[in-house]
Design a binder for this molecule. Sequence first.
Ligand SMILES: O=C(CO)[C@@H](O)[C@H](O)COP(=O)(O)O
Length: 217
Amino acid sequence: MHAPILAPSILAGDHSDLASSAAIVAATGLEWLHLDIMDGHFVPNLSFGPQTVAALRKKSKLFFDVHLMLDEPHRYVEAFAKAGANLISIHIEPAYDYAATLARIKELGCRRGIVLNPGTPAGAVKPFLAQVDLVLAMTVQPGFGGQSFRADVLPKIAQIDAWRREAALDFRLEVDGGIDLKTAADCRNAGTDTFVAGTSFFNAADRAAYAAAIAKL
Ligand SMILES: O=C(CO)[C@@H](O)[C@H](O)COP(=O)(O)O
């Protein structure tokens, strides 16, 4: 099992000063930053695009874990790779050529992630498990921070972890949405190793203690 990684979501940071929010993450001793890209179609919200990611790249050495919540992610993977993404995750729900898009992400020098929404069965991503570096199981319906964790996703996480073990695959298993110390522990028990936390990280009274607690899971 991979060691736990905490990836704070900059969606919950200060959007007038994202560089300072990234600096808070680095100062906590963390290495990953989760960046949520929303198109107003796949999800009912807008966030920011490759220009913002490129600007932030100049100010931060963190590992950029970029989550594309887009209807047509294949049209934008190159822009986000050029902007400085280290890992690009694409959703399984819209219709496009998933295998070709994952191959393109790799060709662009980034790690590849595949994402499924809470209502999407695990079987939807099964054909792609050997082609990804990370599977992201959303534990809220994507679009907004600050929502409640969906415990009904836990069996699906355990199923994906079981397939990972059976096939001796090495991808990371990430969760995102409503993550705090309690829900992270539940996810860890189900097989998760990578934890996205927006609200709970940026609002934590002691972020270092929060990060240490995740590291101990
Ligand atoms: O992708 C998303 C929301 O669509 C998440 O990354 C949220 O930003 C997580 O926020 P919290 O639930 O931790 O506040």
